[in-house]
Design a protein around this ligand. Structure first.
Ligand code: FAD
Ligand code: NAD
Length: 159
């Protein structure tokens, strides 16, 4: 199986989009990630998967903490920017939540301490223990077949 076939297959799994953020001293770093899932209710754990080549891996290994911002349907540009797909560098006005930088206006903000990490092939899985959460009303940004979508692109499934 070639890489393209695998990515095409994985792209059929519709997800939301998050920005992972962390800080080492005063130095803040952000990265777009859709490999995010809820893991456990007691204790409250979530998981992210970070490419070993990503700058974010070095940041989290130093800080041992990170935040997750689940993007709303108006934040496509933010996703593209933190995936390194925009040429220009911009000044991002981070929203501070529980001592961590997060994305202003995101549907959900979570702060986490790294509970465990597991090297899995060319990625590292970080299990985060959730230390705080904030929820805002709105519609999610979705990602399907390598493209950003709005939930309204799809009609409700009739019973
Ligand atoms: P860079 O590529 O250096 O940083 C990303 C961008 O953010 C750069 O433009 C940088 O200038 C900017 N930036 C970072 N911090 C700041 C700051 N403080 N102020 C201003 N600008 C800043 N990769 C994974 O490993 N796991 C995933 O789950 C994953 N999911 C993805 C989902 C989607 C929808 C997309 C589009 C990409 C995904 N990627 C994922 C790929 C990943 O987002 C990119 O490879 C990303 O560029 C890797 O980030 P980096 O940490 O290496 O840092
Ligand atoms: P794409 O077709 O590359 O992605 C479709 C799906 O394939 C993703 O949702 C993800 O589940 C999987 N995937 C893609 N690259 C992967 C990787 N390196 N490791 C593990 N799974 C991966 O979509 P796209 O719009 O071309 O993606 C834009 C860029 O972001 C690409 O460079 C892609 O590699 C990267 N990306 C990385 C991950 C990841 O590392 N987990 C996830 C999504 C996108």
């Amino acid at each position: 199986m070639d890489d393209r076939t695998f990515r095409t297959a994985m792209g059929k799994f519709a997800t939301g989009v998050t920005i992972v953020t962390t800080k080492v001293g005063e130095d803040i770093h952000g990265m777009t990630a859709n490999a995010f899932m809820s893991v456990s209710l007691d204790p409250k754990l979530i998981l992210i998967s970070i490419d070993e080549k990503a700058t974010m891996k070095r940041y989290i290994d130093h800080s041992n903490q990170f935040a997750i911002s689940i993007l709303n349907d108006q934040q496509k540009d933010m996703s593209a920017y933190f995936a390194g797909q925009k040429k220009e560098m911009k000044e991002v006005d981070f929203h501070w939540f529980n001592g961590m930088p997060t994305i202003d206006g995101a549907l959900v903000k979570l702060t986490c301490d790294v509970d465990n990490s597991v090297v899995a092939g060319d990625h590292t899985l970080y299990i985060g223990k959730v230390t705080d959460v904030a929820i805002t009303e709105g519609e999610p940004l979705a990602f399907f077949e390598g493209k950003y979508r709005k939930m309204e692109d799809y009609s409700n499934i009739k019973e």
